[in-house]
Ligand binder design. Structure first.
Ligand SMILES: Cc1cc2nc3c(=O)[nH]c(=O)nc-3n(C[C@H](O)[C@H](O)[C@H](O)COP(=O)(O)OP(=O)(O)OC[C@H]3O[C@@H](n4cnc5c(N)ncnc54)[C@H](O)[C@@H]3O)c2cc1C
Length: 300
């Protein structure tokens, strides 16, 4: 068995939610409660009773559909084009495939910088629609069937883009790709942290996760522990790792508070404005150091 003084755990919140029993001794009650309370992905539990417990962590998914040409950038008879984002709000015109009128949205990738632009539509889906798409794709045995399903499912929307012509080869999809984080264990079966309706102490929950269990040498990092402005983002995940590194270095006397301030660190001033779960952050930092000191003494 391997032994470590400190562990920085960066598994997704979805993984933590499903694996609380992996910790022995168990995580402190406040931290366990925080992990259970926060949402991971879309949490419309009441609206989708048929979705089982795991799928309540239902996610934000992406479907990419490529065309020979970005026809939507060619002005139509009314001079309309679509550049950047487009949404189809509560569409009622696809009752067979979308009887719930799930809203759809795209980012079109043809208007990006020419060095990376390509004639592709990126559809974002979430919640029940995401669940429907990923679970339906899972029933097909070959790629052709998956493609046909995705082209048919999204045709009611991309066919409403300017300059769409069903007869034109430019408007016939040539490739597609769908993410499936819902069924990806390493993604925690979902996307990223959210604040579900009915949450009582979301800010304290985040702080409890961010605090970790220093006395046990367990530190959590990742988007779910990021500073509030960057929760659920790559930047936030990166910052959280930096901050944990500093806290550990500080606890081992390798980093003074002044060093942290002078570096200007990515987390900037907010570090000193936030409050710990039960005490101010300065006290929290001191607390961490004292706890680690006493832990080290116990270990010696
Ligand atoms: C559709 C979508 C669009 C997004 N768009 C943006 C955006 O535009 N900008 C933005 O900033 N963010 C965006 N995000 C969010 C961003 O992707 C995440 O917040 C970020 O990747 C989280 O980083 P992380 O390090 O916390 O977790 P992850 O990147 O999920 O990393 C967790 C790691 O833990 C590993 N792991 C999991 N389980 C175990 C295990 N049991 N043992 C060992 N390792 C394990 C995984 O393999 C993975 O490497 C988007 C997310 C989604 C789903």
């Amino acid at each position: 068995m391997l032994a470590f003084d400190e562990i920085v755990l960066t598994t997704p919140l979805g993984w933590l939610k499903q694996n609380l029993d992996a910790f022995n001794p168990p995580l402190p009650p406040r931290l366990s409660k925080a992990i259970q309370s926060m949402g991971y992905g879309c949490l419309e539990k009441a609206g989708f009773p048929e979705i089982n417990a795991q799928h309540q962590n239902s996610n934000l998914s992406q479907v990419y559909i490529s065309f020979p040409k970005a026809f939507w950038l060619t002005p139509d008879a009314e001079g309309r084009t679509v550049k950047g984002f487009c949404q189809w709000l509560s569409p009622r015109y696809a009752p067979d495939s979308n009887s719930e009128a799930w809203t759809n949205e795209i980012v079109e990738l043809a208007s990006l910088d020419p060095s990376v632009a390509h004639p592709t539509l990126l559809f974002y889906t979430y919640g029940a629609e995401s669940h429907h798409i990923t679970s339906t794709l899972g029933t097909f045995t070959n790629e052709k069937e998956k493609e046909e399903f995705l082209y048919d499912f999204f045709r009611p929307y991309y066919s409403r883009l300017p300059s769409y012509d069903p007869e034109s080869p430019d408007c016939k999809p040539v490739a597609c790709f769908a993410t499936d984080w819902l069924h990806d264990e390493l993604a925690g079966n979902g996307s990223y942290t959210n604040f579900p309706v009915g949450l009582q102490e979301g800010d304290q929950d985040i702080l409890a996760m961010r605090f970790g269990v220093p006395t046990e040498g367990i530190w959590l990092a990742g988007e779910h522990t990021a500073k509030f402005v960057a929760l659920g983002t790559v930047t936030g995940a990166y910052w959280s790792g930096e901050e944990i590194g500093k806290r550990i270095a500080r606890a081992y006397g390798r980093l003074k508070d002044e060093d942290n301030n002078n570096q200007g660190g990515s987390q900037g001033e907010e570090v000193h404005e936030e409050k710990g779960p039960e005490k101010g952050l300065e006290e929290e930092k001191m607390g961490v150091k004292e706890e680690l000191d006493s832990k080290r003494k116990r270990d010696e």
